[in-house]
Design a protein around this ligand. Structure first.
Ligand code: HEC
Length: 260
């Protein structure tokens, strides 16, 4: 069965349950003296833990496989079953037979050298998440501009197809994106699973997203829908509530519970 809309599985907020456990075992040398254990590379471990949390909290497995369970079969291995196929276009909105209709396929994010991210560098993965640039069609360079043809932004970019949510993911900060790239490349076991090419011309994807996605970087704060908190960090003229250190439950709960 084809999924007609973005699956609610990945929209559902997932609670990251990750806790990193670093086990340091004391080794006994042949001489009988206890050797000083080699400390684990905590910076690398922290990077991987951060990347894993980024993957779990952004529901990557909801489309790329395994939902939010790294122990499940097919974790991030890309499209394996028909319910991982997306139909994009009029067939999704008007009628299943309406045109245009493009099938898109979540790709293999495991580091397999032939069918997965093993073919790409961490910088190419970073560029995919920040700029939506398809790794296999984009050189391994630092992107220095947001305009095609300027800086290192490809003159004819090939963007990742919907519903890959790179217009959202690109707002993660640099460190989170690098951590996700590191987790995918270094800490996931490779799975050999060739995913077919998504359909649809690249300029279609770019224009579809240009209409839906906001600008990057976003407009500076505050926009017309936002407001600057007062100097204590509270909303201007707000009724003080839980969390600002100046309320009691009595003040807040009746207000919350009674519809006004
Ligand atoms: C709503 C579904 C969905 C979610 C959620 C999603 N992706 Fe994707 N992703 C896709 C689809 C579909 C493609 C294939 C796009 C194409 O073929 O152009 C893709 C492609 C990619 C690619 C390109 C891989 C390649 O070989 O070209 C990367 C990298 C990627 N996704 C990473 C992620 C990461 C990391 C997350 C979570 C932070 C994520 N995706 C979440 C649907 C999704």
């Amino acid at each position: 069965m084809t999924r007609s809309r973005i699956s609610s599985r990945w929209i559902l907020a997932s609670v990251p349950l990750f806790a990193a456990a670093v086990l340091i075992g004391a080794r006994t040398a042949k001489s009988g003296r206890v050797a000083v254990p080699t400390p684990p590379d905590t910076s690398a471990m922290a990077l991987i833990a951060r990347g894993r949390q980024g993957v779990l909290s952004h529901g990557c497995g909801g489309c790329h496989g395994g939902l939010d369970d790294p122990s499940s079969a097919g974790w991030l291995a890309g499209k394996m079953t028909d319910d991982q196929v997306f139909a994009v276009g009029a067939c999704n909105v008007v009628h299943p037979d309406a045109k245009p209709c493009f099938k898109t396929y979540p790709r293999n994010l495991t580091p397999d050298n032939e069918t997965g991210l093993g073919r790409f560098t961490e910088r190419q993965i970073f560029n995919a998440l920040r700029y939506g640039l398809r790794p296999e069609a984009t050189p391994d360079v630092d992107i220095t501009s947001m305009t095609p043809g300027q800086g290192n932004f490809p003159a004819h970019p090939r963007y990742l197809a919907p519903p890959m949510p790179w217009p959202d993911w690109r707002h993660m900060d640099d460190a989170d994106l690098w951590a996700i790239a590191a987790y995918l490349k270094r800490a996931v076991k490779p799975v050999h699973n060739r995913v077919m090419e998504s359909e649809g011309p690249p300029d279609f994807w770019a224009s579809a997203y240009a209409k839906l996605a906001g600008p990057y970087p976003p407009k500076p704060f505050p926009t017309e829908n936002e407001r600057v908190p007062d100097q204590n960090g509270a909303a201007p003229n707000h009724r003080r509530g839980i969390g600002d250190g100046a309320s009691t439950n009595n003040e807040v709960w009746p207000h919350c519970l009674v519809a006004t």
